[in-house]
Design a protein around this ligand. Structure first.
Ligand code: MEV
Length: 318
């Protein structure tokens, strides 16, 4: 049996979410991580075949933490289930580009833990799974807010505040996005640490900026619930400017935002850690292909069109 986990897209509030402000994220199911577990000959232990990394990892100990996020994900699962090393082979592959703001690390860990816990006959509920993937995220990012693992494990739009239960919310009108990957890999750990440097050096200025992003996200949630597309687009542009002020945009991301707006998008912004990775543009569905073509001409390595379905009232996250 195949176990999957989607990529994620942050609509509003990245970086500010690390400081306790809200952020809004949605799953992006076109890109997925997939894992299968098969029984291996007795005594062969647990191996993880990470096809995209071209790596085979042997997990030999439950207790001694291994310095590899996927092996660590397996160890955390075994510790959670109080299980010894099983004789299993886990195959893992993913269509999610690495270091591109799509949550590839959280998605591969989620798929792996799902496959392993099912193979052991003890599937984990979403809350426990989310907690384990968050621990793996710490290995990737140092101080993650928890939004990536949460939206990926829940596989639903979330309004997220660090340390709190994620809130579901309604979507008043379908939201069509063009997503563009810059093709430039960027480390979230580095961008988060660059923003931290600014906040520590000049707290009065950058702390206020972070608070303003939080207010913008609150307003964006109201607009999304009411289906007020023009308002959502304006706030995306404003959020991009704030992220630019936090130094996490890049010339290519700015070019892509401008190209999307020129081609008729309602709003556009970088999404995720920035300085590379991906950007998103909110569009009228009739304009989606034109905006996608404009983004590719402006240097995007790949584009996708994604629609977030309307849901009223807010769906349950259970
Ligand atoms: C990364 O997808 C989102 C950031 O806000 C980091 C985090 O929330 O942990 C940049």
């Amino acid at each position: 049996m195949q176990h999957t986990a989607p990529a994620k897209i942050i609509l509003f509030g990245e970086h500010a979410v690390v400081y306790g402000q809200p952020a809004i994220a949605v799953p992006f199911n076109t890109l997925q991580a997939t894992a299968t577990a098969t029984v291996a000959p007795s005594g062969s232990g647990l191996s993880i075949h990470a096809r995209d990394l071209n790596q085979v990892l042997q997990v030999q100990s439950v207790a001694e933490t291994l310095d590899h996020a996927l092996a660590y994900a397996a160890q955390l699962t075994l510790r959670q289930l109080n299980a010894p090393i099983p004789d299993l082979t886990i195959e893992l592959w993913s269509s999610i580009p690495f270091a591109s703001g799509f949550g590839s690390g959280a998605a591969t860990a989620t798929a792996l833990i799902r496959a392993l816990s099912h193979a052991l006959g003890q599937p984990l509920d979403k809350e426990v799974l989310n907690g384990l993937v968050y621990e793996v995220e710490k290995m990737h990012h140092g101080t993650p807010s928890g939004i990536d693992n949460t939206v990926i494990v829940m596989n639903a739009p979330v309004y997220f505040v660090r340390g709190q239960q994620p809130q579901p919310f309604g979507v008043g009108q379908p939201l069509t996005f063009v997503i563009a990957n810059t093709g430039v890999a960027a480390s979230t750990k580095e961008t988060v640490s660059a923003v931290r440097g600014l906040v520590e050096q000049a707290h009065a200025v950058y702390g206020a900026l972070i608070d303003q992003i939080g207010q913008l996200v609150h307003e964006a949630k109201n607009h999304i619930e009411k289906g007020y597309l023009i308002g959502i687009g304006h706030l995306m542009n404003l959020n991009h400017q704030f992220l630019n002020a936090l130094t996490v945009s890049s010339p290519l991301l700015d070019d892509l935002v401008h190209a999307a707006m020129k081609a008729g998008a309602l709003g556009a912004k970088l999404s995720g850690g920035g300085r590379g990775g991906n950007m998103i543009a909110l569009v009228d569905p009739a304009d989606a292909e034109r905006v996608a073509a404009a983004l590719r001409s402006a240097g995007a390595a790949h584009t996708w069109v994604m629609t977030v379905a309307a849901t009223q009232p807010a769906p349950s996250l259970q």
